[in-house]
Design a protein around this ligand. Structure first.
Ligand code: FAD
Ligand code: NAD
Length: 476
């Protein structure tokens, strides 16, 4: 067994851990990163990147199919398209490999020592690394321990994962072949991003969601165009339904019993949905077990490790970032926290107090929320001005054949300071940067309304929403 000494030891090479390591290396901090699986973590290997690759591929296939059916208003005609799933997955895997290879190169450039293996916490300053057989390979002593262990999919006790018929997003992102029918449990981020993807690839999809509407984390008005699109795509929705457990099934078919939620339905006969696979996407939980974390007896916040606004845990020089610290479980939050912790360890004064953390759901159409929604702003005690600008009145949206959504701004009525932005529509994920910057910079409606926006662009809808809030809209 090798013994190592380091100043900063990072457990987990996901977006939180690897970004912390890069910045620490840049700042001259001797850094060691321990990763049990692949560099890049959930995000690069089995999360953000592979899901967005498949969403794109499915969108292209669906477009080609629409053109082949002769329904293209653009006059494009193609022969009946076919799909080579193995090639699609190979393309997706190629992107993942390029990115994870890039992370390895960046870490090397910053002289970060990467130790492959599973880190087991001995105490707040010592970690033992074990290989896949459980053999100890390294004992690492550190001054600072940064926990970036990420999260795992929530398993439903009534419907445990078996990796083949009851699957998580990890298997859904690497299918060997597509099922004919898929039941998705959970109409949140993963359930809808992947449910829509599978539907566009030709799979029959049903979504079971416990809440009375899809994407309950976003406001109802914002998710309405997504719900309309699900119907257009032929995805069956069972809203306000709970999953009771597996149903008896024959051969390769798998069944699930569902019933409307609520005591008044407890005597109702359960409905059985049959499928070839069930994707359970009912949330993720911080990864806190199986590597000795409990031995540190850190203060917890629910299932997450509790941290202060510098990502310090309740133990001196033990830090935690990313999904391990709970919601919102987003890659860009993990990265921002990781970068900050490295800078604090290097002696800088930093606090994690962002004015906003953008949330983007890559459904069809896409949904973005940055800062406060109208209801959240009112609940925070603000008198608000809100205004929407529809993409139906935006030239660029028309040329992109997607006019289904809108941009909405929320501002203080007294000062016109912008509190929030929301948008739903094709390609609106790319508007998140402008939204986030305006809020971080404390912009007022006039700042956005009087900025010249390029024509024709979706950004003009952002300007028009601000103009409309001021009663000065030009194009509606
Ligand atoms: P992780 O990325 O989970 O990385 C943790 C790493 O730690 C893992 O590699 C793990 O192997 C390693 N590890 C854990 N314990 C140990 C140990 N004891 N020893 C060694 N290594 C260990 N977020 C977005 O912002 N945008 C998206 O579009 C998006 N899409 C997603 C799609 C899917 C299907 C999923 C599942 C997630 C998605 N997310 C998205 C969420 C995003 O992936 C996470 O928020 C992000 O990866 C969290 O980063 P992290 O560094 O905290 O943890
Ligand atoms: P989620 O919290 O977004 O959605 C889970 C959904 O499942 C909820 O709507 C919930 O009401 C429902 N649900 C829970 N238990 C259920 C049950 N027994 N029966 C029916 N419905 C049930 O979680 P997710 O979709 O699993 O994604 C996990 C996390 O990963 C997200 O919260 C997000 O942080 C991250 N993520 C982000 C993106 C993105 O940024 N675009 C994409 C994918 C994942």
């Amino acid at each position: 067994m090798q013994t190592l000494q380091t100043k900063l030891l990072i457990l987990g090479g996901g977006p939180g851990g690897y970004v912390a390591a890069i910045r620490a290396g840049q700042l001259g901090i001797q850094t060691t990163l321990v990763e049990g699986q692949a560099l890049g973590g959930t995000c690069l290997n089995i999360g953000c990147i592979p899901s967005k690759a498949l969403i794109h591929a499915a969108g292209e296939f669906a477009r080609a199919q629409a053109q082949a059916s002769g329904s293209s208003p653009l006059g494009i005609q193609v022969q009946k398209p076919t799909l080579d799933v193995a090639q699609t997955i190979a393309w997706k895997d190629g992107i993942v490999q390029r990115l994870t290879g890039g992370v390895a190169a960046l870490l090397k450039r910053q002289k970060v020592q990467v130790v492959q293996g599973w880190g087991h916490i001995v105490d707040g300053k010592t970690v033992e690394v074990r290989d896949a057989q459980g053999q100890a390979t390294h004992r690492i002593q550190c001054e600072h321990l940064l926990l970036a262990n990420g999260s795992l999919p929530v398993e439903l006790p009534v419907l445990p994962f078996d990796g083949e018929r009851v699957i998580s997003s990890t298997q859904a992102l690497s299918p060997k072949q597509l099922p004919k029918k898929l039941v998705v449990v959970g109409g949140g981020y993963i359930g809808l991003e992947l449910g829509i993807t599978y539907r566009k690839l030709g799979v029959e999809v049903a979504v079971v969601e416990a809440a009375p509407r899809i994407l309950p984390a976003y406001d109802a008005e914002l998710t309405r165009p997504v719900q309309a699109r699900l119907q257009e795509l032929g995805i069956t929705l069972y809203l306000g339904h709970q999953v009771l457990g597996p149903a008896q099934s024959k051969g390769k078919t798998v069944g699930v019993e569902i019933r409307p939620a609520g005591a008044e339905h407890e005597k109702d006969k359960p409905q059985v949905l049959k499928a070839d696979q069930i994707l359970v996407a009912a949330g993720r939980r911080p990864h806190t077990e199986g590597y000795g974390l409990d031995g540190l007896q850190l203060s917890m916040k629910g299932r997450a490790v509790q941290v202060d606004d510098q990502c310090r845990t309740s133990m001196k020089n033990v830090w935690a970032i990313g999904d391990l610290t709970g919601e919102p479980m987003l890659a860009h939050r993990a990265m921002a926290q990781g970068e900050m912790v490295a800078e604090i360890i290097a002696g800088k004064t930093r606090h994690f107090q962002p004015a906003q953390i953008p949330a983007v759901c890559f459904t069809d159409p896409e949904v973005v929320s940055v800062g406060l929604s109208p209801d959240e702003a009112k609940a925070a005690g603000h008198e608000v001005l809100t205004a929407q600008f529809p993409f139906a009145a935006n030239g660029r949206a028309m040329t992109l054949e997607d006019t289904s959504g809108f941009v909405r701004v929320v501002a203080r009525k007294d000062t016109h300071r912008i509190l929030g932005w929301q948008a739903v529509g094709g390609h609106v994920a790319e508007l998140a940067a402008a939204f986030a910057q305006s809020i971080e910079m404390g912009a007022h409606l006039e700042d956005v309304a009087h900025t010249i926006h390029a024509h024709p662009s979706l950004g003009e809808a952002v300007q028009e929403a601000a103009l409309r809030a001021l009663g000065q809209a030009l194009h509606v």
